[in-house]
Design a protein around this ligand. Structure first.
Ligand code: NAD
Ligand code: LMR
Length: 325
């Protein structure tokens, strides 16, 4: 057995955490040989509910859980954290876009960025799930000047998984037959799920589906999936969001075995995207690090969509300028 690592989860009493904490505790994120100490953060009015979650975690008697901290102080929750999953934030309701949450949620991520800067492990891996995830990750990162910007990522894996599922269903294959899926840009309705490089059982995806399905079904269904779930469930996605968070962190920590995964990361200017904004790129993970896949040919159809989602992220950045450290 390895030494325990510390995993901080914010919004510990929320609906995503109710799935996420148990998946992490059972080893799905970091493997069956990796003990964890869970450090759960909530706001004071939700501490009672968080106590209930802790009771349930204890009642599972998970072999990998070596401690649970429940707190309303970010400085305690992030103390020596090796992994931080920033989930706690207000979710949107019907008729809202995720960026409508920016003013309500932005402050949370500046406070938590500072707390991570001052208290987390110097190697902490941060995943922002709370919406609007990309710009919240930017805010957290800019408030953590002592950490490497590469340590702050935003969750695009749910969009990536949704794209895999739609394409698998359409082609009558399994999601595991699909390689080189990409979702570019923002976790919003402007995101661009790109099939130009994808293969299904070794065949070019765009050779297996018609262009009308790609443009008029696939892209809008993936872009609007979050809203469709809110409409159907009366609440935003939770178990699938938790599953995507587990996938994101597992790939980052343990590697993607050469496969491409979509991650919102600090742009280094790759593909002409403005430096610094948190933009989703195809990434390959190994040795606890990620590399943006370089050198892909981008046609005019893709470029226009990549530009539109970049433009939205620039506008979001401008709207929170005063919180950027
Ligand atoms: P929820 O309302 O069920 O839970 C959020 C929890 O966060 C609540 O318990 C709340 O008390 C807590 N919280 C609020 N402010 C906090 C703070 N400052 N510190 C710690 N905890 C705090 O919401 P949910 O369904 O779990 O969703 C959480 C967030 O994740 C929302 O913003 C939602 O839009 C987002 N989300 C993102 C994705 C994605 O793909 N990136 C997917 C699904 C949901
Ligand atoms: C999702 O994609 O399901 C989440 O971001 C929740 C939402 O607001 O759509």
């Amino acid at each position: 057995m390895k030494a325990p690592v510390r995993v901080a989860i914010t919004g510990g009493a929320g609906q995503i955490a109710y799935s996420l904490a148990f998946r992490i505790a059972s080893g799905d994120m970091l493997g069956p040989d990796q003990p964890v100490i869970l450090q759960l953060l909530e706001i004071p009015p939700a501490m009672g509910a968080l106590e209930g979650v802790v009771m349930e975690l204890n009642d599972c008697a998970f072999p990998l859980v070596h401690g649970i901290v429940a707190t309303d102080d970010p400085n305690v929750a992030f103390k020596d954290a090796d992994y931080a999953l920033l989930v706690g934030a207000r979710p949107r309701g019907p008729g809202m876009e995720r960026k409508d949450l920016l003013q309500a949620n932005a402050q949370i991520f500046s406070v938590q960025g500072k707390a991570l800067n001052d208290h987390a492990s110097r190697d902490v891996k941060v995943l922002v799930v709370g919406n609007p995830a990309n710009t919240n990750a930017l805010i957290a990162r800019e408030n953590a000047p002592d950490l490497n910007p590469r340590q702050f990522t935003a969750m695009m894996r749910l969009d990536h998984n949704r794209a895999l599922s739609q394409l698998a269903e359409k082609t009558g294959k399994h999601t595991t037959d699909i390689d080189k899926m990409i979702v570019w840009g923002n976790h919003s309705a402007t995101q661009y799920p790109d099939l130009h490089h994808a293969t299904v059982a070794g065949e070019a995806a765009l050779g297996l589906v018609d262009q009308a399905w790609y443009e008029n079904d696939f892209i809008p269904v993936v872009q609007q999936r979050g809203a469709a779930i809110i409409k159907a469930r009366g609440a935003s996605s939770a178990a699938s969001a938790a599953s995507a968070a587990v996938d994101h962190m597992r790939s980052w920590a343990l590697g993607s075995n050469g496969g491409w995964v979509s991650m919102g990361v600090a742009s280094d200017g790759s593909y002409g995207v403005a430096e610094g904004i948190v933009y989703s790129y195809p990434c390959v993970c190994e040795n606890g690090d990620y590399t943006v896949v370089q050198g892909l040919e981008i046609n005019a159809f893709s470029q226009a969509r990549m530009d539109a989602t970049e433009q939205e992220l620039r506008e979001e950045r401008a709207a929170v300028e005063e919180l950027l450290g």
